[in-house]
Write a protein that binds this ligand. Structure first.
Ligand SMILES: *Cc1c(COP(=O)(O)O)cnc(C)c1O
Length: 377
């Protein structure tokens, strides 16, 4: 679509050179034999599933992880090539779509495996086994070795991989590291037992983004890289043992649509939340909380960036609009572009997520329901 149309109101700009750069950065620190499985769940963390997947295909990434069946089907309908692993639950009734769209299902626990075994039509269903090594969210208990081995011997399954997930990979405190090491040991034991029993275990994987940053020496077949490929850390506090030179892929933008001057004592917006202390110039911006700019920011002294200056968000954030104080920006005019999430310090995704007491995957994963996406590089 025409650029001006996409920029009509509120949009996300994607810098796909930065996506490529982040992939290269990750490759520098993981073992030579390890491949990147790009995690694309939640609309590629709000970055647009199809655009991100197409670019990754173009630069040679052929392994993907999603959370849901729908996400996998969307990728196939857009001709995305390679392996697509569904990490979450797919109902037994819908396994036929996993087969039809050539997806890979995770066997999420013992009960799920048993339900699948009852499907009479099943033959060599492509799966990865998830092993519960202590996180207790999903997975077959690591101690159920015979159960795991029997799955490998079952003709109904084509087990292409086996994986687990760390509970404490983002922490560098001693007891967190001890716990992660325990999980790694448990996982390795399952793999070694299978190998000793002459079973082809398939691809192994354990690290997500902070697993890469804090345990870069591990040599499994894949790393499941999510937030890092989008060029972000979780928040302003959580970095890793090693540093990557990450570049954020997304910026969130909107437009100045109306400018007015209000007098001392006049109010702005719902509930008279903001009262002008002196004469002020204010501007209405074409983005609101349903676009994914959280309403809670109205209580957190948050700033946006416009014409090379920060401007404070004032009053309550509305569904489709918000208001900023532009008294200090003399040349401001209608149609000027406002950046709400971007590279400057006080509008970085990490900074905003930290203010909200959440993490960047939530902030960005909630974007998108009404945004346009524009590839700029
Ligand atoms: C979401 C998810 C990932 C990716 O996590 P990041 O921290 O974003 O890298 C990896 N593995 C599993 C099982 C996940 O659910």
């Amino acid at each position: 679509m025409e650029e001006e149309f996409l920029k009509n109101r509120a949009w996300a700009e994607l810098n796909l050179d930065n996506l490529k750069h982040n992939i290269e950065e990750i490759k520098k620190v993981i073992s030579k034999k390890t491949k990147i499985m790009a995690v694309l769940k939640a609309n590629a963390y709000g970055h647009n599933l199809v655009i991100i997947a197409q670019k990754l295909n173009e630069i040679g990434i052929l392994d993907f992880a999603v959370a849901t069946l729908d996400e996998g089907i969307t990728l196939r309908k857009h001709k995305i090539k390679g392996n697509i692993l569904i990490m979450g639950y797919t109902s037994i009734e819908n396994i036929k779509y996993v087969i039809h769209y050539d997806l890979i299902q995770t066997i999420i626990d013992e009960d799920y495996a048993n339900s699948l075994k009852k499907l009479t039509y099943l033959s060599k269903l492509k799966v990865h086994l998830k092993i519960n090594t202590g996180m207790n969210r999903l997975g077959i208990n690591y101690q159920n070795y015979q159960f795991i081995k029997d799955l490998y011997l079952n003709k109904k399954f084509n087990i292409l991989g086996i994986y687990t997930h760390l509970s404490t990979s983002n922490s560098q405190n001693k007891s967190a590291i001890l716990f992660a090491k325990k999980q790694i040991e448990r996982f390795d034991k399952v793999i070694n037992n299978l190998k000793n029993d002459k079973i082809n275990v398939g691809k192994t994987h354990l690290q997500s983004s902070y697993g890469i940053l804090n345990y870069p020496h591990l040599k499994y077949d894949y790393v499941r890289a999510g937030i890092l490929i989008y060029g972000l850390y979780n928040d302003n506090y959580t970095y890793g043992k090693i540093n990557l030179n990450l570049l954020p892929v997304l910026s969130l933008k909107a437009k100045i649509v109306s400018i007015k001057t209000i007098k001392k004592g006049e109010i702005v917006g719902y509930g008279r939340k903001y009262v002008a202390k002196k004469e002020e110039k204010i501007a209405t911006v074409s983005i609101g909380y349903v676009d994914g700019y959280p309403k809670n920011l109205e209580n957190l002294n948050i700033k946006v960036f416009v014409n090379n200056k920060y401007a404070l968000v004032i009053g309550k954030i509305c569904m489709d609009q918000l208001v900023i104080n532009v008294s200090h920006i003399p040349n401001i005019k209608v149609n000027d572009i406002v950046t709400l999430i971007g590279e400057n310090k006080y509008i970085k995704a990490e900074y905003i997520a930290t203010k909200l007491k959440t993490i960047t995957p939530e902030l960005l994963g909630r974007l998108g329901s009404r945004l346009n996406y524009l590839v700029v590089k």
